[in-house]
Design a protein around this ligand. Sequence first.
Ligand code: FAD
Length: 542
Amino acid sequence: MHEVFNQPPPLEPYDPFTGDTVLTEAVARENAGWAAAELAAFGARLGDPETIRLGFEANRNPPALRAFDRYGHRIDEVEFHPAWHRLMAIAMAAGLHSAPWAAPRRGAHVARAAGCYMMVQVESGTFCPIAMTYGAVPTLRRAEALATEWLPRIFARDYDPRSRPAADKSSALIGMAMTENQGGSDLRTNTSRAEPDPGAGPGAYRLRGHKWFMSAPMCDAFLVLAQAGPGPSCFFVPRFAPDGRRNGLQLQRLKDKLGNRSNASSEVEFVDAHAELVGEEGRGIPTIIEMSNYTRLDCAIGSAGLMRQAVAQAIHHATHRVAFQKRLVDHGLMANVLADLALESEAATVLALRLARAYDETDDASAVWRRVVTPAAKFWICKRAPVLAAEAMEVLGGNGYVEESVLPRIFRELPVNSIWEGSGNVMCLDVLRALDRMPGAAALLREEIGEGARMDARLAGVLARLERRLAGSAGHDETQARAFTRDLVLALQATLLLRHAPSAVAEAFCAARLAGEGAQTFGVLPPGTALRAIIERAAPRA
Ligand SMILES: Cc1cc2nc3c(=O)[nH]c(=O)nc-3n(C[C@H](O)[C@H](O)[C@H](O)COP(=O)(O)OP(=O)(O)OC[C@H]3O[C@@H](n4cnc5c(N)ncnc54)[C@H](O)[C@@H]3O)c2cc1C
């Protein structure tokens, strides 16, 4: 039998909170220091080898559609592996689906963001129903009767997976269904239609049509877009009708997805489904887009969390593996790669947590962050994440390509955050639109970045480029929307790092991301970069 040696120990138990300097600092800075003890306990639970194992099991055993019972009656159920249910219970017990709404306080959205950032590192399929439920609350509040009935269940922290009318359950989860076969970005092309159904009560409709993507179909209700009156309108569609019978939601099949495999994403037909109008007829897109802003925030948080896990695994591996008589981490070129990955991860984390704070506050600056920076951060963080994951995987060599390491799962998961809830181009066009429509937004961002620009000439250069784009036709030139959004995000990340990170990190970020054209690949930090200091700061601590 050959001897096994020079193989790193698994990164278990893993401490995603107290072992993560960047996260703990950001939580304190963004007003959620009060949640530190709770987050530490949650982190200990997540990083327990038993919880890590659940993540692997839930993804190895994807959900299956049970459209019919054995006698041919439609049941439209999805069966999940027990590991999925246990992970859902962990996420809900931590209040990730609704705590900032159920118990609002300063820093509540930041504390939740930190919890989600840690949760996705162990399993991210469960984040889909969690994020949609969180995002649905402000939209639901537009319909008073629905809010009165449903919010107490949404605020509950127990997980009740039973397929029953919501009235029989103590907790509830909410999904969303906008995308149709013929178009997901251009929602005005929706063909699903709802007609008033006065016999079923005030505000009741019958909804017919289809959705090409409806994730987490075992949610208790869905916010659905359908044509009514003058145009697309937002409807609340419970899985069981008020008479207790299954509502007319027929699950056609589950998507066979690249990643996100623990979670079910369905195609669904609505067959005279009972629906209740939310907001006004014809105002469905702005109504449901309010929910999307929260789920876009969650895409940024989720990708930042997965980036952190990839970097933690890479540094851990390189610290234990020896090649050519030295630990990988002690090889100069590997140190450059690891430090560059760590920079990207830290920049994503500080931006995502700062953005979450904007959801806690009500001043003008926060409104600009929510409206302009949310799509910008979603675009850039979600675009950088798959590239980072591929590089982190390579740090582990062949081991990284094998399912037993978590890297393949992370790599497959990440593209979806860029695609759903508004794909890259749509996000960048939204940034330009928001700047156009929000008077004072450009000035506010200029002020924010200006503070950083006074500390670093390279940032001043990027700010000048942003100004030129805004002042000239480029501000309205859609071909430049990605370039503009990239510059905006890099400038905000640099500003945050100059303000709050150690100088080694801020200096390296400005040198690598602001000077010249920025990183085309990882591992190209310039000579003289404090590689060791950056890696040590990012190293996971047990
Ligand atoms: C795993 C998964 C789960 C999902 N879950 C849900 C769900 O629960 N509910 C739901 O409603 N949807 C869901 N979706 C659907 C998702 O939101 C859509 O796929 C997405 O919004 C893009 O829509 P589309 O697929 O129709 O692509 P299209 O709208 O056809 O877009 C294709 C490409 O064209 C680009 N594009 C579009 N318009 C423009 C333009 N004006 N200028 C330049 N480029 C443009 C887009 O950026 C994109 O890259 C899910 C998708 C996935 C992959």
